[in-house]
Design a protein around this ligand. Structure first.
Ligand code: MLT
Length: 210
């Protein structure tokens, strides 16, 4: 890692399983506590690492800047993704953790997708809830064997299903093992995510644990 470490406000909750922690990445307007209950439900016993997005938009925390809804400031996204990768590496040392699986929602899912593409060694895999394609031109990445679950909403007004399909195709082309589920939901988190993500985490993620 060549990057200087940028400190993120974060919560760390130890768990019986430090080998496969969850990196919880909230959506726009959320914070480091938002996804702790979801993390506990989908991966009981996993250590939880939850940073707060360092950028604010009208007072709402985010992980990177955007020009408009769904239009990203790609230079800022690249820089913030490097900062997050450095934070994860430092937190692994500090807390004695294995490579995490990301569990990201919306803006958090988008930076998780960016981490996969730009810093593929940072994550053991990812659950991406309502993500979209982070870069107009996908960076080349080697994601061989990384399991990724994408959960899209069929009625999502922010992310067209076609966009999420493109992300699934980009990650698959980089070697990830992608499962893309399209749920009868909008952009918001639904109860369905809990059981789908929990079931997937128990099977696909553990199978590929490295
Ligand atoms: C983003 O900016 O990451 C996406 O538009 C999703 C959102 O945060 O609303």
């Amino acid at each position: 890692m060549t990057q200087d470490t940028v400190e993120f406000i974060h919560r760390f909750e130890p768990g019986a399983d430090a080998a496969r922690p969850l990196l919880l990445l909230h959506g726009t307007g959320g914070n480091e506590t938002d996804l702790l209950p979801l993390g506990r439900m989908v991966a009981p016993g996993a250590a939880l690492l939850a940073p707060r997005g360092p950028v604010t938009e009208n007072g709402m925390p985010r992980f990177f800047r955007r020009v408009a809804e769904g239009v990203f400031d790609e230079a800022d996204l690249r820089r913030r993704t490097g900062d997050l990768a450095a934070f994860v590496a430092a937190a692994r040392e500090r807390y004695g953790l294995g490579a995490p699986l990301a569990l990201g929602f919306s803006n958090g899912a988008n930076i998780a997708a960016s981490l996969l593409l730009l810093w593929p060694e940072t994550l053991a895999g990812a659950v991406l809830i309502r993500p979209m394609v982070p870069f107009a031109e996908p960076p080349a990445a080697d994601l061989a064997g990384r399991p990724v679950l994408i959960l899209s909403g069929a009625m999502d007004p922010i992310v067209p299903v076609e966009n999420a399909r493109r992300l699934a195709a980009q990650l698959t082309a980089s070697g990830a093992t992608v499962e893309h589920r399209i749920l009868p939901a909008g952009h918001g988190l639904s109860q369905a995510e809990v059981s789908v993500a929990a079931g997937w985490l128990q099977t696909a993620a553990l199978r590929s644990a490295a």
